[in-house]
Design a protein around this ligand. Structure first.
Ligand code: NZQ
Ligand code: ZN
Length: 401
């Protein structure tokens, strides 16, 4: 087991009446003027925003609002949020939504306390010293941003040749971890099945990214990871058939947080190549992150399988329920990857680029994505196998069949 630091400071309020504690939480963490940040229309339609406003008003907490966060949240709205918060002297940020809204609020939080251009942080040109306090009312279990140190923002394309396509980058430091997360599984009932399935995929992937490593002696972390993966694999498909089942919603919602709050990364180096490869897909085609992951993972897995066939075989047996026999680790491993493919299809997820975007990617597009992914062919991604430009391009090509 590798040495590790585990830091998960977010206070979680989980359950049917969780929202009733919102104002108490904001006051506890020093909020007196709040930005309510949200996405499109889902939180308005469900009545959640109305409830949030009512709760703040009743507690005499002043607030301003900024909606309009889109999936794969944009830098331009982050900048608007920073200006608004400065003008209104906002001292607490509240995200009402999913990963995109939370990440947008995190970036606003950084920008408020950072002297330069907030985008500097995402391209390694600057370092944040602080981040404005923030809290979350979660509406979709998926990205795990409600407890994570991650913040993923997309900068819109500028006129060629500056940046010919959108650029999606993450800034991952502890400063932005939310003070609290309010999680009511009932709030996720309104999710369309596709978004539920994207969430299931992302939750599993956050665990798998940490699971596939060369660090084999991590029994406790493996046990936690496999329990999360088995639970999501069992409950996810049932949830798509029984969308009103509170217990299933609750399992998936909590799985989403513990899959990405660092717990399954204790003692392992993690990989993260699939995420990096996917981020270029969502930057170029604006697809849902979870669906992009499903389109990439089986191909990444087949490409790197030989690095540690025993671990892939362990995944096949302990997570995917492949029978343990006297076959080679490699053939058991391959069966596990095939089972994962079938699982993705069973929940309506794509397992290739054509299934994801409705056509094949062009050679130019794949070269562009591989180039951006490896920062102009200057760096590698992943750890199980360090992938260079040509490796990444090959994985895009495999996924494009
Ligand atoms: O905008 P609204 O109307 O709210 O609709 C959203 C959006 O269209 C909808 N939705 C959310 N809750 C709903 C609902 N619809 C009905 N009922 C509800 N209760 O779902 C759609 C997707 O929302 P989004 O927030 O984009 O989803 P998700 O949570 O999957 O977040 C994806 C973003 O998170 C990033 C991804 O790259 C992507 O940009 N990630 C962030 C991470 C982090 N910060 O740690 C890690 C992840 O690996 C990921 O990269
Ligand atoms: Zn993810």
């Amino acid at each position: 087991m590798q040495d590790f630091k585990y830091y998960a400071p977010t206070e979680v309020i989980f359950g049917r009446e969780a929202e009733s504690q919102l104002s108490t939480m904001i006051k506890k963490y020093g909020g007196s003027k709040v930005l309510i940040h949200y996405g499109g229309q889902s939180a308005e339609r469900s009545g959640l925003l109305k409830q949030v406003r009512k709760s703040l008003t009743a507690a005499k907490i002043a607030y301003v609002e900024l909606g309009g966060v889109v999936p794969n949240p944009r830098l331009s709205l982050v900048r608007k949020g920073i200006e608004l918060c400065k003008a209104e002297n906002v001292d607490f940020l509240l995200a009402v939504g999913g990963g995109s809204v939370i990440d947008s609020v995190k970036a606003i939080g950084y920008g408020l306390d950072y002297e330069g251009d907030v985008w500097d942080l995402f391209i390694g040109k600057g370092e944040a010293k602080t981040c404005r306090a923030l809290g979350v009312v979660l509406t979709i279990p998926a990205a795990g941003s409600e407890m994570s140190e991650g913040c993923v923002i997309t900068k819109e394309a500028e006129q060629e040749p500056v940046t010919p396509t959108d650029m999606k980058r993450s800034y991952d430091v502890d400063l932005c971890r939310p003070k609290f997360a309010i999680m009511n599984p009932e709030r996720t009932i309104s999710l369309p099945p596709y978004q539920t399935a994207c969430g299931i995929t992302d939750i599993m992937m956050h665990t798998m990214e940490r699971y596939f490593s060369h660090d084999d002696d991590m029994l406790i972390t493996d046990a936690v990871a496999e329990a999360i993966l088995r639970t999501v694999r069992q409950c996810g498909p049932k949830l798509l058939i029984e969308p009103f089942d509170y217990q299933l919603r609750a399992q998936i919602m909590w799985a989403g947080s513990i899959a990405h709050n660092g717990l399954t990364g204790c003692g392992t180096t993690g990989d993260w190549a699939t995420h990096n490869i996917e981020h270029e897909l969502s930057a170029l085609y604006n697809v849902a992150h979870g669906a992009g992951l499903a389109a990439v993972w089986p191909h990444w897995a087949e490409y790197v399988l030989n690095e540690n066939p025993t671990r892939f075989a362990q995944f096949a047996v302990n997570v995917m329920g492949v029978a343990s026999t006297f076959r080679s680790a490699k053939s058991t491993a391959q069966e596990g990857i095939n089972a994962m493919r079938q699982f993705y299809h069973s929940i309506g997820m794509p397992t290739s680029i054509p299934e994801l975007i409705g056509r094949k990617a062009t050679e130019n597009e794949m070269q562009l994505m591989a180039d951006k992914c490896t920062i102009g062919k200057t760096s590698t991604i992943g750890n199980l196998k360090k992938l260079m430009y040509n490796d990444v391009l090959t994985i895009y090509q495999m996924a494009n069949e």
